[in-house]
Design a protein around this ligand. Sequence first.
Ligand SMILES: Nc1ncnc2c1ncn2[C@@H]1O[C@H](COP(=O)(O)OP(=O)(O)O)[C@@H](O)[C@H]1O
Ligand SMILES: [Mg+2]
Length: 156
Amino acid sequence: MDKTLESQGTSWRQHLPDEAATVAFGARLGEILQSRYGGRAVVFLRGQLGAGKTTLVRGLLKGLGHTGVVKSPTYTLLEPYNMSAAEVFHFDLYRVNDSQELEFVGFDEIIDGPGLKLFEWPEKAADWLPHPDVEVSLEVVTQTQPVSREVAVVFS
Ligand SMILES: Nc1ncnc2c1ncn2[C@@H]1O[C@H](COP(=O)(O)OP(=O)(O)O)[C@@H](O)[C@H]1O
Ligand SMILES: [Mg+2]
């Protein structure tokens, strides 16, 4: 992956030919979030259902030392992970209805505390979320055979 973008740029775009590429990209992004933001950042993950958001998070978590399974937090809203060198809060807001549901999972404390806060479907809770430090957008590319993905990252 391009080192210059990491050190100088504010955006990064890459073609992801297969699932393994998405996993590898997640791991690389995790490294960058650790070094550039000291492991403390709000990250929005955008993209349609099945775009690869959870797959990317799985790669990020593996890269930061998580060895167990990664469950999609679609029904629980939040899956927290505490590795020896990193803390990650993986939210999926697809099913959230009101801000109280977020309060129940400790949202305010999490936002004020350390760790990487990753949000799938941030647009479902736009009014309640802080401004993101990093926005990741995944798109399905249908021009390739088999179908692949393209990712764009904007660092603020
Ligand atoms: N770069 C890629 N090319 C093709 N398929 C991919 C790629 N990345 C992920 N996938 C597949 O797309 C699906 C994405 O599912 P998931 O990560 O749960 O999406 P989301 O969380 O965005 O709903 C998985 O079946 C995964 O194998
Ligand atoms: Mg998902």
